[in-house]
Design a protein around this ligand. Structure first.
Ligand code: F6R
Length: 608
């Protein structure tokens, strides 16, 4: 939800800001703008639409000369994506400009107060009040004004501020929205995420909530809300530049799909030592694990579906009840979470507002929390009692792929780890599942290689108005994610059903040539799913089956097939999803969709 960048140094700021915004465009892409401290004050340029429009309007930044500035790419919350509502917003006296990622919940009251005090608002945004507050509180000390203005805000914010009275400085503030400072030589940066920093510097300072900073070309001063300096350590960014580039692929999404063998290996390999799962950062004692009465997994969207798929492995192996709860619902449900509950929180970004709120709700009720997160130093990673990183590398496409599979990989590792600690799995089963898990990167590669027909299937099915996905048990959990991938990037209506449920209502929608993607990779219930396939076929459906080559009956029954290699059923979701990701990708491509930046979406959902 919105990306912000800032620069101060010897170089021209505008091209650097534009480049940073391109890297952050996945966070929001309905309008964009930059403000540069030029010779004659603050120069602002903003446009609705993509960053490319801004590049064109500013002639690659040349029209805004100056060595310090701030930029913003927007996912509209308050006010339509127009030029006026785009950030940066400028104070009435033209002295300050502000960019903001987050939501100001009390902006209506603040706006009324500001109007009474003679400050005119021109946009419909919540953000604009911030710049007017800073102007109102300014009495010669910019730091003080930023601190005072921030103290009036309820909600979440990462702010970038420039002021004509400090032409070489940029100021930042953070509260519940990500903000990272990039430490350079004779130049300094800030950004919402490290992807905008890695081409300039690998040295980063992660700001915490309620912290502020002033960046000049030669210094970074972090301070607290009392204005006192705060000591911060400089961390090394592990992601490399190539990881955030397309690397010859037409879309980030395709690159990230085919990258999955490597990403899953990075999640698994360092955590298996001498035939044992070792979870550094989440070591739990036998006493603790044996004392928990249940596990609750919470997350949003695809991360939630990863939880639904991973639940089976944890419950079956640990023999502990595992419940999945949508993070956006959990805290409104007076959840049965207490100190005997382990709350597992899944999040690629580590910044999803509802997931953060669910984590805090769990902690409030006494549960220990385990976060499975991709982005290092993110809010969720820092807030949880235990954190396991997924090591997927930067995921740029808005629709997650390697984020999902690496979350699953870590859930499987945890299932094995906990089952062993609790003494609930025998050695033979443990060893066999562990070697199946170690083989998953290869199996995922095979699932990519054995489906060269998917582009042709996409040509056949892309004009359908809707697609049903069905499966039972683990297959059903994958069907949920398969349907989400299809709808979010191809805009086809797609729904997933537990196969046995179709005839309890939805079968009324099956008509001639209705595509039904049938997942049939769970041996125990193959026959049952096949009966459901026969039922929909009898009503004219065209069935596209996802199964094993060895499942001859299924291959004969289906109209079309996609395959996965033979894998252990309990862990199969991590492989099964891959052909469905490819199917969604190629259908979206056939339909000419903007695959990496689907309409109305943003990568990191930092509003509730
Ligand atoms: C779908 C997708 C979203 C995210 C969800 C949670 O492709 O990417 O559904 O999974 O917004 O995001 P994280 O994992 O960052 O908490």
């Amino acid at each position: 939800m919105c990306g912000i960048v800032g620069y101060t140094g010897a170089l021209e700021a505008a091209p650097i800001l534009l480049d940073g915004l391109k890297k952050l465009e996945y966070r929001g892409y309905d309008s964009a703008g930059i403000a540069v401290l030029g010779k004659d004050g603050i120069e602002v340029s903003k446009v609705s639409g993509r960053i490319e429009n801004l590049v064109e309007k500013t002639e690659g930044g040349r029209l805004l000369p100056g060595n310090a500035g701030i930029g913003h790419t927007r996912w509209a919350t308050h006010g339509a994506p127009t030029d006026v509502n785009a950030h940066p917003h400028v104070s009435n006296d033209g002295r300050f400009a502000v960019v903001h990622n987050g939501i100001i919940e009390n902006y209506i009251d603040l706006r009324d107060e500001l109007i009474k005090n003679g400050y005119a608002s021109i946009s419909e945004t919540d953000t604009e009040v911030i710049v007017h507050l800073i102007e109102m509180y300014y009495a010669g000390d910019i730091k003080r004004a930023v601190i005072k203005a921030s103290s009036r805000l309820s909600g979440s914010y990462a702010l970038g501020v420039v002021c004509t009275d400090a032409p070489h400085s940029v100021f930042v503030a953070r509260e519940r929205s990500p903000l990272i400072l990039g430490v350079g030589l004779g130049e300094n940066y800030f950004a919402s995420d490290v992807t905008a920093l890695v081409s300039h510097t690998r040295n980063a300072i992660y700001l915490d909530d309620d912290e502020f900073a002033e960046l000049t070309p030669d210094s970074i001063t972090v301070f607290n809300c009392a204005g006192q300096p705060v000591e911060k350590s400089v961390s090394r960014i592990a992601w490399d530049i190539q990881a955030a580039e397309k690397g010859g692929y037409e879309h980030f999404m395709l690159k990230e799909i085919v990258e999955q063998p490597r990403a899953v290996k990075a999640a698994i390999a360092p955590r298996i030592k001498d035939g044992e799962v070792v979870l550094e950062g989440a070591e739990m004692s036998k006493e603790y694990l044996s004392g928990i009465s249940k596990i609750v997994i919470t997350a949003c969207g695809s991360a939630y579906y990863a939880g639904c798929a991973g639940r089976f492995a944890i419950e079956k192996l640990c023999r502990v009840p595992v419940k999945t709860d949508l993070a956006s619902e959990l805290r409104y449900d007076d959840p049965l979470i207490d100190e005997k509950t382990l709350l597992i929180v899944l999040s690629q970004s580590g910044e999803t507002a509802d997931t953060i709120a669910a984590l805090r709700e769990g902690q409030k009720r006494g549960a220990k929390t385990l976060a499975i997160v991709n982005v290092v130093g993110s809010t969720i990673a820092k807030a949880a009692d235990y954190t396991l990183y997924t090591y997927a590398g930067p995921e740029i496409a808005v629709a997650t792929t390697k984020g999902y599979t690496t979350q699953l990989a870590v859930l499987y590792l945890f299932a094995l780890y906990a089952a062993k600690k609790m003494g609930r799995i025998d050695k033979e089963r443990y060893d066999s599942l562990l070697s199946s898990l170690q083989a998953m990167p290869r199996r995922i590669q095979e699932a990519v290689d054995m489906n060269p027909n998917i582009p042709a299937l996409a040509k056949k099915y892309h004009k359908s108005r809707s697609v049903f996905f069905m499966g039972r048990n683990t297959d059903y959990s994958v069907a949920l994610e398969g349907a989400l991938k299809m709808k979010e990037i191809s805009y086809l209506h797609a729904e997933a059903y537990a196969a046995g449920e179709l005839k309890h209502g939805t079968i009324a929608l099956i008509e001639d040539k209705q595509p039904v993607v049938a997942l049939c990779c769970n041996d125990r219930i193959t026959e049952k799913t096949m009966s459901n396939i026969v039922e929909v076929k009898a009503r004219g459906a065209e069935v596209l089956a996802l199964t094993y080559r060895e499942n001859k009956k299924m291959v004969a029954l289906a109209d079309d097939t996609m395959f996965i290699p033979l894998v252990e059923t309990l862990l199969s979701a991590i492989v099964e999803i891959v052909p469905l990701q490819l199917l969604a990708y190629y259908v979206a491509k056939e339909n000419g969709c903007d695959i990496d930046k689907p309409k109305n979406l943003a990568k990191s959902v930092t509003v509730e």
